[in-house]
Design a protein around this ligand. Sequence first.
Ligand code: TMP
Ligand code: ASP
Length: 240
Amino acid sequence: MGDKKALLYEGKAKQIYETGDPETVIVFFKDDATAFNAQKKGRVEQKGKMNNAITALVYEYLGKKGIETHFIEKLNNREQRVRKVSIVPLEVIVRNYAAGSMAKRLGVEEGVPCPETIFEICYKKDELGDPLINDHHAIFLGVASHEDLEMMYTLASRINDALKELFDRIDIILVDFKIELGKTTRNQIILADEISPDTCRLWDKKTLKKLDKDRFRRDLGEVTEAYVEIYERLKKVLEK
Ligand code: TMP
Ligand code: ASP
């Protein structure tokens, strides 16, 4: 256990604090929002509180589905206790429909369904703007082995199946999402970071209204409302 001690790391949307326990850290969710590699900066009222609550609900749900995550417990409105892992410097993106950077890169309309799930990896490196890379590059960089990559794609696919089922129950289309994975001291790869409207594209099934960070990225307005809406819908099906 242990209480919040020194700040270990500060990212764009979260802070990570040491605790008295070397095996665990505390994540603090900020209201800060950035986009396009932090060229666009802002604040979204209540975002920290919502992403903390949404991530807690989603990681508890995934845990029950047999998916190992770093999540231990929600401590308060803005903080959760998680297992300390070493983050693999790759973002794994899973796509069920074309959108965002893939729609742009391939010159296709947003919303076109992917006949097979599409997986992408990006190298987490702010100076380079987190470039899209492939497995060969990841191995060249020494950030993951063939076995690690295989485990990461398998885990991402299981997470996608579980999340599609969950979001379908709340009338949301899971367009795409990004996950980050961490290695435990025993070299096990588990789900880390967060899953929230910051890291997913979530469209209302009936109206196709975007209920995610694209509202901030694209100046669509009603940003806080979108995060609250996702939380309220998830709460209805997941909270006892
Ligand atoms: P993209 O279409 O911009 O590549 O985004 C794909 C998914 O990844 C989308 O759900 C948003 C999420 N994402 C992040 O979580 N962090 C990021 O830095 C970026 C660029 C995307
Ligand atoms: N969080 C990312 C950044 O500021 C981008 C994004 O989510 O669109 O770089």
